[in-house]
Design a binder for this molecule. Structure first.
Ligand code: ADP
Ligand code: MG
Length: 717
C-alpha cells in the first residue's frame, strides 16, 4: 500500500470504485424457480403414475417406493445435466447454524474407459458423509462415526451455479449410523408431524369431518449489516468473530432516526436486486426490503412458506446473501451485534399452522369470539409459551444473541405473549366468564376527502414483546439474525402439539358433559387461562417495572445469558415434552445441550483470544508509536495527551494480562460451570480491555490508528 495508513487507502479506493453492476435483470416470469426441480418440472418429465406418487409424498409426507425414487432420480439427473450440472450434493443442516454439503460427480467410467453418468434412486435417497466431523454432542460416544444423509422429497432440489460450473443440490436429513438425528431437519419434520396428529384430534372433536394434513408455516425477516469488504478485511475481529470486539462509538450513530426506512443507498440497492434475482431463480419469494434502524443495517423478508421449505430457504438465503455481497465488494454481517452502541440484528420468525380444509387456524376472522377453532389454537399457543417459556428462550440462546436480548432494540429475555387489545379482551372475558362483544378497529378517517378511509387493525403492534400475535400468526421476535429458524420452529410446533393434546383430552370430557359445544370450549379455555393467562402481557416489555412484575408477581423466568438459559434443555419437563411427542429422544436432546454449550464456550474463547491479540499487536503498538512521535518533536507540549495515552495503554495491558490468565488457568467440573465463568467473568474482562482500547482510539492520532473506525464502516459505502 502506498499510503502509510491502509485505512486511508481503503477509504480512497472505496470512494473511487466503480459500483459492481449486473446487466438489466430478466422478467420475473422468466427466472422464477428456473433452477428448481419442483412439481412442475417433475410433471413435465415423469410418467403420470410416478408423478402422482411423488406429488402425494411432497404434499402429505406419504411413503415413496424405490421404483418411483429411481424414476425421479433419472429425471432429476437429466434436468440438472441439461442445466450444466456435473455434480450433485446432499445438503444437510447440522447442529450449527450453517449448512454442510459433499459433492459427488455423476460421472463413472465403463470397462472401455469411457465416461458415462449414473444417478440411481439409491444415490438420490442416501448419501454417506462422515458423521463424526460434525458437532454431535454425546452421540459421538456411541461409536457412531458413520453418518447418513437421506433425501427429503418435501423440499425441492435446486441448482447452485458458480461461473465455472453447477451443482445439483438435494435437501437432506442427517443421522448417525444408529439412527439418531444429528441435524435440525429431522426434529423439524417430526415436530410438524406431532403438531398435525394433535391438531387432527382437536379438529375432529370440534366436529370437522374433512381434515387435510396440517402444516406449520414460517416467514422469516432477516436483518443484516453491509460494510465494505476492504474495511472488514482489516479487522481480525470481523473476520473471525463476525463482530467488532473493540471500537469507540462514533460522534453520530443512529440517534437521528434517519436510517430506518430511509432511501436505500444505490450501491446497496444494486446488491439487493442482484441478490433477489438469484433468490427468485431458486424459488425463494423475496418480498420486502428496506433500511433498518442502524446505519449500514438492512432487512429482507421473503413471503412465508411451509416451515420445512422456509427453513431450507432461509439457510440458502443466508448463503446467497454472503456470496452476493462479496461479489459487490461488501461483507455481509449476520452477527446479532456487530457494533456496540447501535442496534443489533434479529430474525423475526412469523409462524402459523393450517391446512387446505380449515385454512389458517391462527386467523381469527372478523369475530374471533365466535371462531372456536381459532380460540382453541390460540389458547394452545398461550399455554405453550407459558409452560415452555424457558425452552423458547433456550432455543434462541447463543453468545451472540446475548448481546441483543434485553438491550434496547430487542425484546427482553422474559418470554411473554402479546395478543393485542381485542384478543386480550376476548381471552380475559373467557377467563372471567363475562363475555362482551369485541370491538373492531373501526374506520380510519383522517378527515381528508382525498385519502380513502380504511379499516383499522383491531390491535396495535408491540415491538417490545418477544412473542406477539400479528393478525393471523405469531411473531417470535427474539430469534437472532445468524440463527437457523429450525430450532424455534421445532420448539413452537412441539409445544403446540403438547397443548393441543392437553386440549383434546379436556375437550373430550367437556363435550360429553356439556351439550353445547361453545360452552365446552369456553370451559376448557377458562381453565387454560386461569393456569396460563399470566404469560399474556400487553405493556412495555422494555420497562423495569415489567422485569420486576414478570418475575415477582407472575412467576416468569428472566434468563439474560445463554449460561442461564441453555440448562432448560435438561429439565424434566422439556425432556418429557420432546419424548412424549416423539420429536427428540432424551439422548438426542442431551446431545443438543452439549453441542450448543460447546459452541457458546468456543465462541467466547475465540473472542477473548482475539481481544488479547488485537490489543497487544495492534492497539498497544499504535499507542506507543504515538507517544514516540510526540517525544521526537523535541518540544514541550502544553496540551499533550501523552500521559493519558500512557495511562490507558498501561491499564489496557494490565487488563489483557488478567484476561489471558483467566483463559488459561481455570478448570471446570461441568459445562455449566464453564459457561457461568465465561458469562460472569471473562466477558467482563473483555469489556475492561475494550474500555481502555476505546479510550485510546479517542486519543491516538487518527493516522496511526490501525483499525477501521465505526464511522468509516457504518457510513462509507
Ligand atoms: P412486519 O415487519 O410488519 O412484521 P414483514 O412484511 O416484514 O412484516 O414480514 C412479515 C412476515 O410474515 C412475512 O415474511 C410474511 O410472509 C409472513 N407471514 C404472513 N402471514 C403468515 C402466516 N400465516 N404464517 C407465517 N408467516 C406469515
Ligand atoms: Mg416483523
Amino acid at each position: 500500500m502506498s499510503d502509510k495508513n491502509s485505512r486511508f487507502n481503503a477509504v480512497l479506493e472505496i470512494t473511487n470504485a466503480t459500483p459492481y453492476a449486473t446487466s438489466m435483470t430478466d422478467p420475473l416470469k422468466e427466472i422464477w424457480a428456473c433452477d428448481v426441480f419442483g412439481l412442475q418440472q417433475m410433471e413435465e418429465s415423469l410418467s403420470k403414475s410416478a408423478f402422482k406418487a411423488i406429488k402425494k409424498t411432497v404434499q402429505t409426507g406419504a411413503e415413496l417406493d424405490s421404483a418411483t425414487a429411481d424414476v425421479v432420480a433419472a429425471a432429476m439427473k437429466d434436468w440438472a445435466m441439461s442445466k450444466g450440472a456435473k455434480f450433485f450434493s446432499h445438503i444437510f443442516y447440522p447442529m450449527t447454524n450453517a449448512t454442510a454439503e459433499k459433492h459427488d460427480g455423476f460421472v463413472i467410467t465403463n470397462s472401455d474407459g469411457n465416461a458415462i453418468t449414473e444417478f440411481t434412486g439409491s444415490l438420490l435417497i442416501k448419501g454417506e458423509p462422515d458423521g463424526s466431523s460434525f458437532p454431535n454432542g454425546s452421540l459421538r460416544m456411541t461409536n457412531a462415526a458413520r453418518g447418513y444423509t437421506a433425501w427429503d422429497p418435501t423440499s425441492p432440489a435446486y441448482i447452485m451455479h458458480t461461473p465455472n460450473g453447477s451443482v445439483l443440490t438435494i435437501p437432506s436429513v442427517f443421522m448417525s449410523w444408529t439412527g439418531e438425528a444429528l441435524d435440525k431437519k429431522i426434529p423439524l419434520l417430526r415436530s410438524n408431524a406431532a403438531m398435525d396428529a394433535a391438531a387432527q384430534k382437536v379438529l375432529s372433536l370440534m366436529g370437522e369431518t374433512e381434515i387435510a394434513t396440517l402444516n406449520s408455516s414460517c416467514g422469516a425477516e432477516q436483518e443484516y449489516f453491509l460494510i465494505d469488504e476492504k474495511f472488514a478485511n482489516m479487522r481480525p475481529d470481523l473476520l473471525l468473530a463476525g463482530r467488532t470486539l473493540l471500537g469507540a462509538a462514533p460522534a453520530k450513530g443512529q440517534e437521528f432516526d434517519d436510517h430506518y426506512f430511509g432511501a436505500i443507498p444505490e450501491r446497496v440497492q444494486v446488491f439487493m436486486q442482484d441478490f433477489e434475482d438469484t433468490l427468485y431463480r431458486l424459488g425463494i419469494p423475496a418480498k420486502t426490503h428496506h433500511n433498518e434502524v442502524a446505519p449500514g443495517q438492512f432487512e429482507i423478508a421473503p413471503y412465508f412458506e411451509a416451515a420445512n421449505v422456509a427453513a431450507d430457504h432461509q439457510q440458502l438465503l443466508m448463503t446467497v446473501m454472503k456470496s452476493t455481497a462479496k461479489k459487490h465488494g461488501f461483507c455481509c454481517l449476520l452477527h446479532e451485534k456487530p457494533f456496540a452502541g447501535v442496534n443489533g440484528s434479529g430474525k423475526h420468525v412469523n409462524w402459523s399452522v393450517g391446512n387446505s380444509t380449515q385454512g389458517n387456524l391462527l386467523d381469527p376472522g372478523s369475530t374471533p369470539n365466535e371462531n372456536l377453532n381459532f380460540l382453541l389454537f390460540c389458547g394452545a399457543v398461550i399455554r405453550g409459551v407459558h409452560k415452555f417459556g424457558p425452552l423458547l428462550r433456550a432455543v434462541i440462546a447463543s453468545a451472540a444473541n446475548d448481546h441483543r436480548l434485553g438491550a434496547n432494540e430487542a425484546p427482553p429475555a422474559i418470554l411473554s405473549v402479546y395478543l393485542g387489545d381485542q384478543l386480550e379482551r376476548v381471552f380475559n372475558d373467557i377467563k372471567t366468564g363475562e363475555l362482551h362483544v369485541p370491538k373492531s378497529g373501526g374506520l380510519m378517517d383522517l378527515g381528508l376527502s382525498q385519502i380513502l378511509k380504511f379499516e383499522r387493525d383491531p390491535g396495535d403492534r408491540n415491538r417490545t414483546s418477544p412473542f406477539a400475535f400479528t393478525g393471523n400468526r405469531f411473531e417470535f421476535r427474539a430469534v437472532g439474525s445468524s440463527q437457523s429458524v429450525s430450532g424455534p420452529l421445532v420448539a413452537m410446533n412441539t409445544m403446540l402439539a403438547d397443548s393441543l393434546e392437553w386440549i383434546a383430552g379436556k375437550l373430550e370430557t367437556a363435550i360429553s358433559a356439556e351439550s353445547d359445544k361453545t360452552a365446552a370450549v369456553f370451559s376448557v379455555l377458562k381453565e387454560l387461562m386461569e393456569e396460563h393467562g399470566n404469560v399474556v402481557f400487553g405493556g412495555d416489555g422494555y420497562s423495569s417495572e415489567w422485569h420486576t412484575m414478570a418475575v415477582e408477581e407472575r412467576g416468569l423466568k428472566n434468563t439474560p445469558t445463554t449460561a442461564d438459559a441453555l440448562p432448560a434443555l435438561k429439565t424434566p419437563e422439556v425432556i418429557e415434552l420432546f419424548s412424549s411427542t416423539g420429536v427428540l429422544t432424551p439422548t438426542e436432546l442431551e446431545s443438543r445441550f452439549e453441542v450448543y454449550a460447546e459452541q457458546y464456550v468456543l465462541s467466547i474463547e475465540v473472542e477473548a483470544k482475539l481481544v488479547v491479540e488485537m490489543a497487544t499487536t495492534m492497539v498497544y503498538p499504535a499507542a506507543v508509536n504515538y507517544l514516540s512521535s510526540m517525544a521526537s518533536t523535541g518540544f514541550t507540549l502544553e496540551f499533550s495527551p501523552a500521559s493519558k495515552v500512557a495511562e490507558n495503554a498501561n491499564a489496557m495491558m494490565a487488563a489483557v494480562e488478567q484476561l489471558s490468565t483467566a483463559l488459561t488457568t481455570e478448570e471446570f467440573d461441568s459445562t455449566e460451570a464453564h459457561m457461568d465463568f465465561l458469562a460472569g467473568t471473562v466477558r467482563g474482562l473483555m469489556d475492561d480491555v475494550r474500555a481502555k482500547s476505546d479510550a485510546l482510539e479517542m486519543l491516538v492520532s487518527d493516522d496511526l490508528w490501525p483499525l477501521p473506525k465505526y464511522r468509516e464502516m457504518l457510513f462509507i459505502k
